[in-house]
Each structure stands twice: as structure tokens, then as C-alpha cells.
Ligand binder design. Structure first.
Ligand code: ASP
Length: 441
């Protein structure tokens, strides 16, 4: 059995965290390939090393004195090294980085040094080999991840290797410069390595015990989801629930490898399994709830709309021409609504309204702003009667006016539009009807 284990920044923020990480890795010999992030925050007021590096490099790029900023970064690593009692010096590395900053090696290069140095420290602490991600993770000329070249290089490099540390977040361009993924991209590296070595499991270690049923800023102490499918995760992530970088899904999903989100500070918790499909029923009829504010609905009415060939296309064409993606499109016989992101829509508002009038000759067009959308997601909805009924009676009880309903054709989700001022109340009512009620029974 082979597991690829990725540890996030908070899992490697201090010597104390490094000790927990080592205990986790050595507890199972299957945890063979380790992908670390850069040291993260030790407390809420702390700064991530990645952010320190960006800040430091920005000074260097402007030709300003960056010594103090650079010394603070050195201190973070040297503190960890000395507290762990390692026989390791990064002085030479720091000198090279310093010279590259002066030589303006680029922001991506700067940021990548967080993972690079942390990888060296962790490899030394574990007694594992260190593999520079620049030698095995590749981007093409356009800056897109090059999966073919990467898979080949990773397989060749890791063949016959029992254990290794491969830093997350970066790789190299065809001209040998360093490029990073977007923020949080060590998740992607972990997924790529897991797919390349054909791992049985990709463990993603963080500081929460898995994916939560709902946003803890809205729901007090929500349940953890034990098992979720990739499709469900996509629905919840789209609505803003995040634990994992979105692009981290693709490589492992394609290779049929499940992901297990685990907590470095509570390794005994089983965490969340993210899988392609499962026969296991979710604990609470629905798998999770997520929502977002900041939507606008453009409601269009026209008598006999249903019989007018091409009406929908002409409406959407106006949005397309103005470069606006639509998020949802609930419709009636003589009405249709286009739900869009308010921020994107607002600057183009008048062009779009004029376009709809010109293209579609509607009877009425009105705009409803400050909407929130809530996605109630669950694979079990398909085989359970009454889910929608329960949602709407809970919302009615909580005196929430439902402005829009959209059930996805896969019966995996029900999207509800409410006024932004009702958002929190609506989330709490839905959580309560599915989770609290079931726990009480
Ligand atoms: N250190 C990088 C960041 O802060 C990448 C990562 O942690 O995944 O975004």
C-alpha cells in the first residue's frame, strides 16, 4: 500500500508541528511520499512564510533594502531547525536566494522558496531523500501544467525509491525558470504525485478534521462529512466551501484515487473521504450545505415565451456578448430568470438591458439584487422523498421568503435563492431540520 501525504502550512508552522507530522508519517510505512507546504501561521496574528517571501521580493524588485524582511524569513527556518536539534544549515541556500532576489529572479521563484526550504528541513528531519519539484513538475510554454512530461519524470525518479519529500506549489518552465501554481497549490502537487505513483490514497493533512457540513461561521460547531463524492464536493466548493484547491481534484480523480482530508492536530479523527462513488449513505439525508451572497437575478417576462423559437438563445447571446457567465437559469412558461454574479453584472447592466430589449422584445424586465444562493447537496436526495418539502417547510417556519428554486437535473442538489438579509437564518433552518432533528431522534 502506498499513500502520498501532503501537509499544509499550519501543519508545518513550528517545530512542535513538525514533531506531530513526523509521528504521523512514521506511524504507517505506507506513508511513503511526503509533500510539504511552506510554514504557515502559528497563530492568527502570524504571517505565512509565503506571504513574507512575496513581501520581501517586492522590496528587492523595487531596489529597496530587503535585509530585515529576509532575516525574518531566515529566523523562521533557523528556529525550527534549532528546536528540532537538526544538524543542518541553510546558510548556503539563503545566500543563493539572496543573490537571486537581487538578480530579480521573479515572484514565483521567491514564493516557491518557502516550500523548497521547508522540504529540505523536513527531509532532513525524517531522514528521507529530497527531490526538488523543479526537476519533476513541469509547465509548458503557455504556463499550463504539463501532465505528460511530469508523470514520466516523476515515475522515473521515484521508481525503486522507498521514501521521499517533494515540496509542493511549484515546478519549472521549459526555460528552467520557476513557476508556481495558484495560492494553496501544494494540494495540486500532492495530487499529481499520488496519480503519478499510482498511490492507493492521497492523504491531505490540514488543521480541520475534514470537510464540514456547513460554514462554521454561520453554523455553530457543524458536523464533519465522513464521505463525499467528487460531484458533491464540486457543488459545495462552487458555493464557497473550501478545504482543498479545486485543481487538486482532477489528477487523483482521473486515476481513481480517493482523497482523505485529515487533521494533523487530531490524527485519530477519521476525517473526510472524497471518492468517485460510494454505496455508503450519508448520515443525514443530505451531505452538506453551502451558500454565497452577491447574486443578481434578471427576470424577463413575455407572453407566449414558450412558443417563441430561439428566445432563450437570444437572451443568453446578450450575456455572452457582454462577457458575463450565467450561474443559474430558472424558468416558467412566460418567464425566465438569469442569475449572475452581481459584481460582474453591475458595470455592464445598461448594455445588457438594452441588448435584451433589442434582441428579445420582452414585456417586462426587472432586476433583483442582493440575492444569496444556498446549495443543499446530497447524493441520497435522488432516492429519498420529501427532501424539498422539508427544506421549504423549515424555511417557511423560519419566515424566510424563497425567491428562487432550482433543482439540478442530476438530483444532486437543490439551489435556493433568498434575500441576502435572510441568508444566515436560512442556512441555520436547513441545517437544523436535517442534522439537529435527526440527532434528536
Ligand atoms: N504556500 C503556498 C500558499 O501559501 C502554497 C500552499 O500552501 O499550498 O499559497
Amino acid at each position: 500500500m502506498t499513500k502520498v501525504v501532503k501537509f499544509g502550512g499550519s501543519s508545518l508552522a513550528s517545530a512542535e508541528q513538525f514533531k506531530k507530522v513526523k509521528a504521523i508519517i512514521t506511524a504507517e510505512s505506507s506513508r511513503r511520499f511526503v509533500v510539504p507546504s511552506a510554514p504557515g501561521k502559528r497563530n492568527s496574528k502570524d504571517t505565512k512564510v509565503t506571504d513574507m517571501l512575496y513581501g520581501c521580493y517586492d522590496l528587492a524588485a523595487k531596489g529597496k533594502d530587503f535585509k530585515d524582511a529576509f532575516d525574518k524569513i531566515k529566523e523562521r527556518y533557523n528556529g525550527i531547525i534549532s528546536e528540532l536539534g537538526l544538524d543542518l544549515s541553510l546558510d548556503q541556500e539563503f545566500e543563493i536566494i539572496n543573490a537571486c532576489f537581487i538578480g530579480k529572479a521573479g515572484r514565483d521563484y521567491a514564493a516557491s522558496r518557502g516550500e523548497y526550504l521547508n522540504g529540505i528541513v523536513l527531509a532532513n528531519y525524517l531522514g528521507y531523500g529530497f527531490i526538488d519539484a523543479a526537476d519533476v513538475i513541469f509547465f509548458d510554454e503557455q504556463g499550463h501544467f504539463d501532465s505528460k512530461k511530469t508523470n514520466k519524470a516523476l515515475r522515473e525518479r521515484l521508481e525503486g525509491v522507498e521514501n521521499a519529500v517533494i515540496p509542493g506549489f511549484y515546478g519549472s518552465m521549459p526555460n528552467d525558470t520557476i513557476k508556481t501554481f495558484s495560492r494553496g497549490g501544494s494540494d495540486i502537487t500532492g495530487s499529481i504525485v499520488a496519480a503519478a505513483v499510482g498511490a492507493d490514497l492521497y492523504e491531505n493533512w490540514t488543521d480541520v478534521s475534514g470537510f464540514l457540513f456547513a460554514d462554521p461561521r454561520i453554523i455553530n460547531d457543524p458536523q464533519t462529512i465522513k464521505i463525499i463524492t467528487y460531484k458533491e464536493l464540486r457543488e459545495l466548493s462552487y458555493m464557497g466551501a473550501t478545504v482543498l484547491h479545486e485543481d487538486a481534484i482532477f489528477p487523483v480523480r482521473k486515476a481513481g484515487i480517493p482523497i482523505n482530508i485529515k487533521n494533523t492536530n487530531a490524527p485519530q479523527d477519521s476525517g473526510t473521504f472524497i471518492v468517485e462513488s460510494t454505496s455508503q449513505k450519508p448520515e443525514f439525508t443530505i451531505t452538506g450545505i453551502a451558500g454565497k451572497k452577491g447574486f443578481t437575478a434578471i427576470n424577463i417576462e413575455k407572453d407566449m415565451m414558450n412558443a417563441e423559437l430561439g428566445f432563450g438563445r437570444r437572451v443568453l447571446e446578450v450575456f455572452e456578448k457582454n462577457g458575463i457567465c450565467f450561474e443559474h437559469m430558472p424558468s416558467g412558461i412566460d418567464t425566465m430568470s438569469i442569475v449572475v454574479h452581481q459584481q460582474e453584472f453591475a458595470p455592464k447592466e445598461q448594455e445588457i438591458l438594452a441588448g435584451i430589449h433589442r434582441n428579445c422584445k420582452p414585456d417586462v424586465v426587472d432586476i433583483e439584487t442582493d440575492l444569496a444562493l444556498i446549495a443543499v447537496v446530497g447524493r441520497a436526495m435522488k432516492s429519498n422523498r420529501g427532501t424539498a418539502g422539508r427544506i421549504f417547510s423549515a424555511l417557511a417556519h423560519a419566515r424566510v421568503n424563497v425567491k428562487m428554486i432550482d433543482q439540478g437535473s442530476s438530483e444532486l442538489n437543490i439551489i435556493i435563492g433568498v434575500s441576502e438579509s435572510d441568508f444566515e437564518k436560512a442556512m441555520q433552518a436547513i441545517y437544523s431540520i436535517f442534522v439537529d432533528t435527526q440527532l434528536e431522534n
